[in-house]
Design a protein around this ligand. Structure first.
Ligand code: ZN
Length: 155
């Protein structure tokens, strides 16, 4: 699948896949959450260390395809030091660009732009969304005190 992407996007995605950011597990996380994408078989575990309303660090342990791994790596890279509100805004942008919808282009999303190439492959959109859905669910659950269950991008 990756070879069908535009070359520029593919290079960025493959670089994140080979050298994923946030790969070292956080040892004393405030939030831990698993996510699954049964359609592809991707499985991730996200750990977050908070500093008040900011994300201090995120680790993403991903056993999955190139797209899910690269997306998780981009998440780890961009979310560090961001507030919860900013993270939710970025997650919204990711969703919009993956679905080919309009989004706020003035916001600097860095390498995440490369995920735009994935919107031509609907099956892969769930792969790219997995880490974002899992992180937002984890933050929401933490804020509302809801019990954590694994997130899934199915359905
Ligand atoms: Zn996948």
């Amino acid at each position: 699948m990756a070879e069908q992407l535009d070359e520029m996007y593919r290079d960025i995605i493959m670089e994140h896949y080979r050298f994923p950011r946030g790969h070292d597990k956080i040892l004393n996380p405030d939030i831990t959450k698993e996510g699954r994408n049964p359609a592809c078989g991707d499985e991730i575990e996200i750990r977050v260390k908070m500093d008040k309303d900011k994300i201090e660090t995120v680790s993403v342990d991903c056993a999955g395809c190139a797209i899910s791994t690269a997306s998780g790596s981009m998440l780890a890279e961009i979310c560090e030091g961001k507030t919860i509100a900013e993270v939710k805004k970025i997650a919204g942008i990711v969703k919009a660009l993956l679905k080919g919808e309009k989004f706020d282009k003035s916001y600097d999303i860095g390498d995440i732009e490369a995920l735009q190439g994935v919107n031509k492959f609907p099956v892969r959109v769930k792969c790219a969304l997995l880490s974002w859905t899992t992180l937002v669910d984890a933050i929401d659950a933490k804020q509302t005190g809801r019990q954590l269950t694994a997130s899934t991008t199915e359905g």
